[in-house]
Design a protein around this ligand. Structure first.
Ligand code: NAD
Length: 472
């Protein structure tokens, strides 16, 4: 049955959640405080790049199922369920900054006019549900007690930017946690079309989506455990890559082989410049911080972070080794977004590597299909295409796994450059092709053996790449 849903915060997550809930038949109010974003959303356009989102916004806004507003109290009064999707950005000392969430809680507390179900979709540390409960109770001087006037539900979001619409409509599972069974049931009702895979416009049959019902703290913990595991897989791949370099093995073949083991699985098992984005680093830091509150030292999680940090510096060190000096070297960085199919620069390995190179005196020009310029970082020049970015360069660094990079005319690129270093930080190129174009090819965990052309696993096609990769 159709529900009236408010989604608070229309960023990378909230906009997708709002558009998808409207698409499956609910009446949705998307709330946003940023006036520039709100104006774009009202015009039916996402304020960021996310494949498949604009058509969904255009249709759902046009037929009135989705409306964007800046009026949170109004949205609260007009809805059965409120999904809170505000940002929880990292703070320097570990736990995320929950000030936006606290501000939302205050407005909710001031505008409770009957029983409200408040769902945290933002990623929040374990215990935040209880903290929200106390915040709201305090703010109303105890006149609104949890269970009577409001209920808190945790519904962590697992979508990946770049594939967010598909991930939300066809999730691997839906997790709904609350200590209030009625509130949990209402949220499950909202997910019914997704759980049953009755998605308008979808052809063919899909199996129902597993539903995991838990208590509040368990749902909160699930999100952190999930992201920590994904980060661990990537760091594991990178550690193996380093060892492959020593022993002369090719990590792309090693990982392809172990990923075929059903107990391991091939996704999130790519060596490269490491994970980035707004989630993995922030969530790992938050979990480590939670552990420290209990006097527990999570050695594995610390190592996962250290390996990831090391990958970014590894690229800089390798360039120094091959170029002999970075001061005055011209470096073309291909890719600034933290991964393909997004324009998100938060904790982007490519941007971080570009900054590290600039700090060492290199002249960096970057090209990214979705990032025209880098705000507040004048050291990083940008170009409108890959060839222009490479003009006069001593080295190319591939930092984002955009499939279109595989269509670059490498011979043209080499001719436009001053020197011949090609550092494939994502292991997406066939080393032979790169060498045939006149470059010295360096990948991550791909030794001289691979450069001589052996190893079918190196032949990555754009289609295979976009189908298999998408670290979030
Ligand atoms: P974001 O910064 O893109 O979006 C947050 C939005 O909330 C912003 O547009 C901001 O203006 C708005 N906002 C802040 N205060 C508000 C208020 N009082 N009322 C209305 N709007 C308000 O962040 P995001 O990437 O969408 O992430 C949101 C949450 O989801 C975070 O906790 C994040 O960890 C989690 N998450 C993100 C992803 C991802 O891939 N980005 C995936 C899963 C979970």
């Amino acid at each position: 049955m159709s529900k009236r849903i408010a989604v608070i915060g229309s960023g990378y997550v909230g906009t997708v959640v709002a558009a998808c809930f409207a698409h499956v038949g609910h009446r949705v109010l998307g709330v946003e405080t940023d006036a520039r974003k709100l104006a774009q959303l009202r015009a039916g356009k996402a304020p960021f790049h996310e494949p498949g989102l604009d058509p969904l916004l255009a249709t759902t806004c046009r037929n009135g199922d989705l409306t964007f507003t800046g009026d949170l109290p109004g949205a609260l009064r007009a809805s059965d369920i409120v999904f809170v999707c505000v940002g929880t950005p990292p703070s320097p000392d570990g736990p995320p900054n929950l000030s936006d969430l606290a501000a939302v809680a205050a407005v909710i507390a001031d505008n409770l006019d009957r029983h409200h179900v408040i769902v945290t979709k933002s990623t929040v540390p374990v215990g935040t549900g209880r903290w929200l409960t106390s915040l709201i109770e305090d703010r109303t001087n105890g006149s609104a007690l949890a269970g009577e006037r409001f209920s808190i539900v945790s519904n962590p979001e697992f979508l990946r930017e770049g594939n967010a619409v598909q991930d939300f409509l066809h999730p691997d599972r839906v997790v709904v946690g609350s200590d209030d069974a009625d509130a949990r049931r209402l949220v499950v009702e909202a997910y019914r079309p997704i759980l049953e895979q009755a998605i308008p416009g979808d052809a063919g049959h899909r199996d129902p989506v597993p539903l995991v019902l838990t208590g509040l703290a368990t749902a909160e913990m699930t999100k952190y455990a999930s992201n920590s595991f994904l980060a661990t897989k990537v760091s594991f791949a990178n550690e193996i890559a380093r060892l492959c370099e020593f022993v002369g093995a090719d990590v792309t073949e090693v990982l392809a082989a172990i990923g075929l083991d059903a107990r391991i699985g091939g996704r999130y098992l790519d060596a490269g410049v490491g994970w980035g984005g707004s989630c993995l680093g922030k969530d790992l830091a938050a979990l480590v911080s939670t552990a420290s509150e209990y006097g527990y030292h999570p050695r594995l999680l610390d190592a996962v972070r250290a390996v990831n940090e090391g990958q970014r510096q590894f690229v800089v060190d390798e360039l120094l080794r091959h170029l002999k000096t970075l001061r005055g070297a011209r470096v073309c960085v291909l890719g600034l977004a933290f991964k393909a199919q997004t324009d998100d620069l938060r904790d982007s390995p490519g941007l971080d590597i570009a900054m590290r190179l600039a700090q060492r005196g290199a002249f960096v020009t970057a090209y990214d299909p979705m990032v025209a310029q880098v705000p507040d970082k004048p050291q990083i020049r940008t170009a409108g295409d890959a060839l222009s970015a490479a003009r006069g360069a001593d080295a190319v660094v591939v930092a984002t796994d955009w499939p279109q990079f595989l269509t670059i005319d490498l011979a043209d690129m080499r001719r436009a450059m001053r020197a011949d270093v090609f550092f494939d930080g994502r292991n997406i190129f066939n080393p032979n092709d790169v060498q045939l174009a006149g470059f010295r090819y360096f990948g991550i965990g791909r030794p001289a053996l691979a450069r001589s052309g052996e190893g079918a696993a190196n032949r990555v096609t754009a289609a295979a790449l976009s189908a298999t990769r998408s670290p979030s």
